[in-house]
Write a protein that binds this ligand. Structure first.
Ligand code: ZN
Length: 70
């Protein structure tokens, strides 16, 4: 399945980028606490247009927006 233009742009967004208008949150955010006292968070999103799935992470070690193909 082809992803929509908004999702294609979303995958290039930075950590501060907002989810586009058709992305909805899936489940609750996952909170990770590690060596960094503030830890980090992951939130899953799904696009209502093309059903693409994203995970947004606030971890410095991960991509801000990870697109899950297929
Ligand atoms: Zn999409």
């Amino acid at each position: 399945m082809k992803i929509c233009t908004l999702c294609e742009e979303q995958s290039k967004k930075s950590r501060t980028g907002k989810p586009h208008e058709h992305l909805t949150e899936v489940d609750a955010p996952r909170i990770f606490k590690g060596k960094n006292p503030q830890g980090f968070e992951e939130q899953d999103y799904q696009c209502l247009e093309c059903a693409a799935k994203f995970t947004r992470s606030t971890s410095k070690n991960d991509l801000a927006w990870t697109l899950w193909q297929g």
